[in-house]
Design a protein around this ligand. Structure first.
Ligand code: GLA
Length: 415
């Protein structure tokens, strides 16, 4: 295709298929309170862990001082249980005065002063899932304006205590209301998760036009079972889900629980690898004040993050399910590169899996491989057999760069 035509086509697809707020062209990254800190409001007995401004400021300090922000982890997101049980005299949501004495606007400033962003939570319905005031249809405009006045940067709109008809009206209305404030606010919709997550009940074309990301499926819990269940659901349904993702519009398989209690280091690498294949948002829900160095280095792996954040924004797919229990995943990346993940569902011992790039549909050529979690590099011809040793519930992840010939044209070769 002629270059200008290609640019024109891309401008068109960008403007028609994704929410037009220009945000989240790559999956958003940051920290979200829910999985680890839930609805702990007992600041008297548990001051370090309760949902309060101190918790969010602590995490912001960690993001900005421990190397997270530079890697792209910039959102600090409040989830449920932040608000007071009553709206104020003007009908506006207000934070719990004991736990957020400075107010949300001041907390947003705290984030912005550190090069971070603040996210907040609400619910399309009479109450949030935790029983706090919800946003019924008549409150959508005032709540969107309140968040914008507070200089909030992202909004998660949950869906407890509403019916399908209200959701059908409410999610698009909130999108319009947020846009109308004039403040760029990333919009996370839980809508699909409340209607089964799949077409025909879910219209992913419409979602891409009104939301930046959306929860498709169940809540993650702190266990490998839960992570595996999410992996299975997303890849079993990849034909419906994978095409829905793209710049500005992402499937959200829920938070990273790396650094908590439920995953081994191998399982943590698996979550990081497969969330990167899916082009999933990377919201950690862990305690960054006490995280182990092992978990931190997985979450801070630059190559995995680079794959997750690839500019082309095309999500990957499972391409093979072997009888041995090895599964192979592939994601196309910019510059004709790609990512491969070899994942083991086995429960016995490291499995030596033999294959070749040709068997994995790579075209003829010689490729440079970087092992994402060991940093080892190698050259590999498409026809050469290789062996990877994959630990039980673990992965081997590769960044595969383009074969040399792709970068050569009449004038020069760039390698
Ligand atoms: C729902 C959501 C979770 C979390 C809780 C809060 O279950 O799916 O992510 O926001 O509500 O109550």
């Amino acid at each position: 295709m002629h270059f200008s035509l290609l640019v024109f086509a891309c401008v068109l697809c960008g403007s028609t298929l994704a929410l037009n707020n220009g945000l989240m062209r790559t999956p958003p990254m940051g920290w979200l309170a829910w999985e680890r800190f839930r609805c702990d409001i007992d600041c008297q007995n548990d001051p370090k862990n309760c949902i309060s401004e101190n918790l969010f400021m602590d995490m912001a300090d960690r993001l900005s001082e421990d190397g997270w922000r530079e890697l792209g982890y910039v959102y600090i997101n409040i989830d449920d249980c932040w608000s007071s049980m009553e709206r104020d005299e003007n009908g506006r949501l207000q934070p719990d005065p004991k736990r957020f004495p400075g107010g949300i606007h001041k907390l947003a400033r705290y984030m912005h002063d550190r090069g971070l962003k603040l996210g907040i939570y609400g619910d399309m319905g009479t109450h949030t899932c935790g029983g706090y005031p919800g946003t019924t249809l008549d409150k959508i405009q005032i709540d969107a304006q309140t968040f914008a006045d507070w200089e909030v940067d992202m909004f998660k709109f949950d869906g407890c205590y509403s019916n399908a008809t209200e959701q059908e009206q409410g999610y698009p209305l909130m999108s319009k209301a947020l846009n109308a404030t004039g403040r760029p606010i990333g919009y996370s919709c839980s809508w699909p998760a409340y209607v089964g997550g799949l077409p025909p009940k879910v219209n992913y074309t419409q979602l891409g036009e009104i939301c930046n990301l959306w929860r498709n499926y169940d809540d993650i819990q702190d266990s490998w079972d839960s992570v595996l269940n999410i992996i299975d659901w997303f890849f079993d349904n990849q034909d419906a889900l994978q095409p829905a993702a793209g710049p500005g519009r992402w499937n959200d398989p829920d938070m990273l629980i790396i650094g908590d209690f439920g995953l081994s280091l191998d399982q943590s690498r698996s979550q990081m690898a497969l969330w990167s294949i899916m082009a999933a948002p990377l919201f950690m829900s862990n305690d960054l004040r006490t995280i182990s160095s092992g978990a931190q280095s997985i979450l801070q792996n630059k190559i995995a993050i680079g794959i997750n954040q690839d500019a082309m924004g095309m999500a990957g797919r499972r391409i093979l399910k072997e009888k041995s229990g090895i599964e192979v995943f592939w994601r196309p990346l910019s510059n004709n590169a790609s990512a491969l993940v070899f994942f083991s569902r086995r429960t016995d011992m490291p499995y030596r899996y033999t294959s070749s790039l040709r068997q994995l549909n790579f075209t003829t050529g010689s490729y440079k491989i970087i092992d994402v979690f060991t940093g080892k590099m190698a050259s590999l011809k498409d026809s050469t057999d290789f062996v990877v040793s994959v630990n039980p519930s673990g992965v081997v992840m590769w960044y595969v760069s383009a074969p040399a010939s792709v970068f050569c044209d009449k004038c020069c070769c760039v390698l």
